[in-house]
Design a protein around this ligand. Structure first.
Ligand code: ATP
Ligand code: MN
Length: 463
C-alpha cells in the first residue's frame, strides 16, 4: 500500500522526502509565523506535527479555516527533522485538503479533557481520544499475545459454542435465547411450551466455554478457548460486565501446581509484551491514569507470585476484620475488598489463593481429602482482586456423580460430561482469565466499561 500511517512515517528518516499524512486534526495552533496542525490517525499515541509556514498558510488559508479539531485531512509536504522537543520529525506542509469537517459547535470532542462518564455516552466517538485509542491498541496487542503464548506451547485453539441448552457451568445467571413470542404467550395465559422453541428446549448464552473445551482437552491434551461469555448477574460494579471475553486453557494430566505455573507464566508473558510493545501507550497511562503503573508492572515480572490457602487467608482477614465492610469468616465468598487487602497489604503483588470451601465453588472442582475444600485457585491482583479463577477438575467418576447428586443438579444433562470420566479419564486442570480484567490490570484503567469498545451491563446496551 502506498498509503502510509503516521506510525510508518515515524519510522522514516527526516530526509526531506515527500509524504502525505492522512488523519484527524487533534489541535490547530496559530502563531504569526506559522500554523501548526497536530494530526493523529490512531496508528500510535503521538501526533505528527504539520507546519504551514507563512506562505503555505496563506495558500491553504481557506482549508485551514475548516481544519478544526476532529476534521479529517490530507496534508502534503516533506519530512524534516523537528526542532520541537520530544519529537524527532515533522512535516513541512505545502498543501492541505479537508476531507470531512467537524464543526466546533456540534462536534462533542473538543480539546478540553472529558470525563469517562461523558465519553461512555458517546461510545461511538470515544476511540478518537488518547485514552480510548490507547486502550484499543493495548487490547489488540494483548489478544494477539494470548494466541502467541498458547500457540508457542502447542495448545490448540478450540471454538466452543455461544448458545447452550443447559445451565451446566452454574457460574452465574444466564441470558435466555428464544424465538418464542413471549408477549403473545403471556397474553394468552398459556404456559410456555419450550418444545416449540427454536432448539426444542430452553437455551441460553454461555457463561463459560470450559465444559465444552474439556472434551477437546481429553483428546488433544492442551487446548484453549478465547471468546465472549455472558452473565446476567445484576452486578453494577467497576469489575463486571454482562458480556465479556474470557480465555480458558485446559491441560490434560495437569494438577493444581501445574495450573498455577501456567497461569503465572501466562500473566507474566502478557505483562512483558505490554511493557515491550505498548510502551508509548503505557507511558501515557502511567502519566495520566495510574501513576506508578509501569514500575508496578515491571515489579510483577521480577519475583514469583505469592501463594496461600483460602483458610490461611481467612485467618489473616479475621485479624483485620475492622478494616472491612463485610466481616470475613470461613466459608465466605471473598469480596473485592478482601482480595485487594490480601494482595496490596499482605502479598505486595499478585497472590494465588487455593483450596476454597467446596460450597462456594463449582461442582466440577476436585475435592480434597478433608471433605471440605476443593483444588481451586484464584489469582488475585492489586487494585481490583480476582483476575483468574481456575481449578484442578474432579476426574473420579463416582466422586463427580455424587457431587452432582448432592447439589441436586440434573444428572442427565451432564451425561456427556461424565463420559469424559467414564472413558480414559485423566487428571486435568484449567482456568479462566477475564480479558477485560487483564486490560484493567495492564492499563491501570479503573472501570471495566472503559476497556471494552461497547460495554454491556445492567440497563446498558447502547450502540
Ligand atoms: P467474580 O468473583 O469477580 O465475580 P467469578 O468468580 O464469578 O468472578 P469466574 O466464574 O471464576 O468468575 O470467571 C473467570 C474469570 O472471568 C474471573 O476470574 C474474571 O477475570 C472474569 N469474570 C468473571 N465474571 C466477570 C464479569 N461479570 N465481567 C468481566 N469479567 C468477569
Ligand atoms: Mn472465580
Amino acid at each position: 500500500m502506498k498509503l502510509m500511517t503516521i506510525k510508518e512515517i515515524f519510522a522514516l528518516e527526516p530526509d526531506g522526502r515527500a509524504v502525505t499524512v492522512k488523519g484527524w486534526v487533534r489541535t490547530k495552533r496559530e502563531t504569526k509565523a506559522a500554523v501548526f496542525l497536530e494530526v493523529n490517525d490512531g496508528s500510535r499515541m503521538g501526533n505528527i506535527q504539520c507546519v504551514f509556514d507563512e506562505a503555505a498558510a496563506a495558500a491553504a488559508n481557506a482549508e485551514l479555516g475548516r481544519a478544526g479539531t476532529g476534521a479529517s485531512v490530507a496534508v502534503e509536504g516533506v519530512l524534516v527533522a523537528s526542532p520541537a522537543a520530544g519529537q524527532k520529525l515533522e512535516v513541512r506542509a505545502s498543501s492541505l485538503r479537508v476531507i470531512g469537517e467537524a464543526p466546533a459547535e456540534t462536534y462533542p470532542l473538543q480539546k478540553k479533557a472529558h470525563s469517562f462518564e461523558f465519553l461512555r455516552e458517546i461510545a461511538h466517538l470515544r476511540p478518537r481520544t488518547n485514552t480510548f485509542g490507547a486502550v484499543a491498541r493495548v487490547r489488540n496487542r494483548m489478544a494477539f499475545a494470548i494466541h502467541e503464548f498458547y500457540q508457542a506451547r502447542g495448545f490448540n485453539y478450540v471454538h466452543t459454542p455461544l448458545i447452550t441448552a443447559s445451565d451446566c457451568e452454574g457460574a452465574g445467571a444466564m441470558f435466555q435465547v428464544t424465538t418464542l413470542d413471549l408477549e403473545r404467550i403471556a397474553k394468552s395465559g398459556q404456559a410456555v411450551d419450550y418444545s416449540k422453541d427454536f432448539f426444542g428446549k430452553p437455551s441460553f448464552l454461555t457463561v463459560s466455554g470450559q465444559l465444552n473445551v474439556e472434551t477437546y482437552c481429553a483428546a488433544l491434551g492442551r487446548v484453549y478457548t478465547f471468546g465472549p461469555t455472558f452473565r446476567a448477574e445484576n452486578s453494577n460494579t467497576t469489575r463486571h460486565l454482562s458480556e465479556f471475553w474470557m480465555i480458558e486453557p485446559e491441560v490434560a494430566f495437569a494438577e493444581l501446581p501445574d495450573n498455577m505455573e501456567l497461569a503465572e507464566e501466562f500473566l507474566k508473558h502478557l505483562v512483558r509484551t505490554a511493557l515491550k510493545d505498548c510502551a508509548e501507550d503505557l507511558a501515557f497511562f502511567d502519566q495520566r491514569i495510574q501513576p506508578g503503573l509501569v514500575k508496578s508492572l515491571e515489579a510483577v515480572l521480577d519475583k514469583p507470585f505469592a501463594h496461600m490457602t483460602y483458610t490461611e487467608a481467612v485467618a489473616i482477614l479475621e485479624k483485620n476484620a475492622d478494616k472491612f465492610e463485610v466481616k470475613p469468616y470461613w466459608g465466605l465468598d471473598l469480596m473485592s475488598e478482601h482480595e485487594k487487602f490480601l494482595c496490596e497489604q499482605i502479598a505486595g503483588g499478585p497472590l494465588f489463593l487455593t483450596d476454597y470451601p467446596k460450597e462456594i465453588k463449582s461442582f466440577y472442582m476436585k475435592q480434597n481429602a478433608d471433605g471440605k475444600t476443593v483444588r481451586a485457585m484464584d489469582l488475585l491482583v492489586p487494585r481490583f482482586g480476582e483476575i483468574i479463577g481456575g481449578s484442578e477438575r474432579e476426574e473420579r467418576l463416582e466422586v463427580l456423580e455424587a457431587r452432582i447428586r448432592e447439589l441436586g443438579l440434573d444428572e442427565k444433562a451432564y451425561s456427556w460430561y461424565l463420559d469424559l470420566r467414564r472413558f480414559g479419564t485423566t487428571p486435568h486442570s484449567g482456568f479462566g482469565l477475564g480479558f477485560e480484567r487483564l486490560i484493567l490490570y495492564v492499563t491501570g484503567m479503573a472501570n471495566i466499561r472503559d476497556v471494552i469498545p461497547f460495554p454491556r451491563a445492567p440497563k446498558l446496551a447502547d450502540f
